[in-house]
Design a protein around this ligand. Structure first.
Ligand code: SF4
Length: 359
């Protein structure tokens, strides 16, 4: 199929559909600046639009531009990201904001190569910024686009396989118009989100149904091809909620990279390890008998963590704690910290219980 014919059969009907049904009032579309598009694109990775909207609005209220973000502390950025997950995204946007301030005089770059040099910006995010904020013909490749293209063109194979990925990028470039680039990018995302949904696609309302190969064969459910899943390993850990006689809670800051990088966490020990031995050995603390707070499972993409949380009212054995990797916080101070999700769950449970009120 020639580019011209493809654009007649895919791109043009999609743009006409967008004029009638596309989303034009999302918070990052009004106004559609490079900074706002960038933040929304990063937040939307692995996350639904409805979940992102309140986070985006709070973020924009506190950091309305790249300068305010660059000058903030990492803790403040992480605290506004708390709950969205994938915290390396937040650390990367903070680093990127600093680089744009220092190296680009706070002006967002409008070139693909410059964008790709920035932390956390890959080819699809760069294309989203170029097409949506600068109206340039750069094709994106998110989950919605993969679904629409694999179904429309009947592309077999897991979309992350090198050859399949290459084919999808070529088709995406082929479908991209030279004009109305911002509208087209939003249109294909909207089609994937509202019509060409993962389950039960609404083909009756689809503007490209006439030429959709999967629809012709009634094989929509077979595309995109799923990855063959390996079983996800399960690990177990105990989390210790140490509180002192003043009711202060002890938290430790994680190293900047890795799991929950840069976030504040409760100390974690091996499942089955004795909490009392641990606090005496590591912190020179003694305490009352541990009390169970909550047990739950926290799921990561590559493993599941079974968590048992206990609280211990502690007393110092010496003048100072033996290892002071962390700090003691009041309940009020906790709300301004970037906390790992399980830590938030455990602390909420603790404050809802009577345990902490015993001190
Ligand atoms: Fe998706 Fe159905 Fe449209 Fe094909 S016809 S692109 S499967 S919504």
């Amino acid at each position: 199929m020639t580019r011209k014919k493809l654009q007649q059969e895919f791109t043009q009907p999609l743009l006409s559909w967008f004029d009638l049904y596309g989303r034009k009032d999302l918070p990052w579309q009004i106004p559609r600046t490079p900074y706002r598009v960038w933040i929304s694109e990063i937040m939307l990775q692995q996350t639904q639009v409805q979940t992102v909207i309140p986070y985006f609005n709070r973020f924009m209220q506190r950091f309305p531009d790249v300068n305010s973000l660059a000058m903030a502390s990492e803790d403040e950025v992480l605290s506004l990201w708390s709950g969205l997950g994938y915290y390396s995204r937040a650390r990367n946007i903070h680093r990127t904001a600093k680089l744009i301030k220092e190296q680009q005089k706070s002006i967002f770059p409008a070139g693909k190569d410059l964008l790709l040099d920035l932390p956390g910006i890959g080819p699809s995010t760069a294309a989203a910024i170029l097409s949506q904020a600068f109206n340039l013909p750069a094709a994106i490749m998110d989950g919605n686009v993969k679904r629409v293209l694999t179904r429309f063109f009947l592309i077999k194979g897991w979309p992350e396989e090198a050859q399949v990925k290459k084919t999808l990028w070529e088709l995406a470039d082929f479908c991209m118009p030279q004009e109305r680039c911002a509208d087209y990018t939003q249109a294909i995302m909207d089609l994937g989100a509202t019509c060409c949904k993962p389950r039960n696609p609404n083909c009756g309302q689809c503007p490209v149904q006439d030429q959709c190969q999967a629809f012709k064969l009634q094989e929509q459910h077979l595309y995109p091809t799923k990855k063959i899943k390996k079983p996800v390993p399960i690990h177990a850990q105990q989390f210790l909620t140490l509180y002192n006689e003043q009711g202060l809670i002890y938290l430790e800051k994680r190293p900047p990279t890795g799991l929950w990088g840069g976030l504040w966490c409760l100390p974690g020990i091996k499942s089955g390890e004795c909490p009392m031995d641990f606090i005496e050995h590591h912190y020179a603390l003694k305490g009352d008998k541990p009390e169970s707070i909550i047990s739950f499972k926290h799921c990561f993409s590559h493993f599941h963590l079974e968590i048992d949380a206990v609280s211990i009212k502690v007393y110092s054995m010496a003048n100072e704690m033996k290892e002071s990797a962390g700090r003691w916080f009041t309940q009020e101070q906790l709300s301004s910290l970037g906390l790992a999700k399980p830590t938030t769950v455990i602390l909420n449970e603790l404050y809802n219980s009577v345990l902490i009120n015993k001190c």
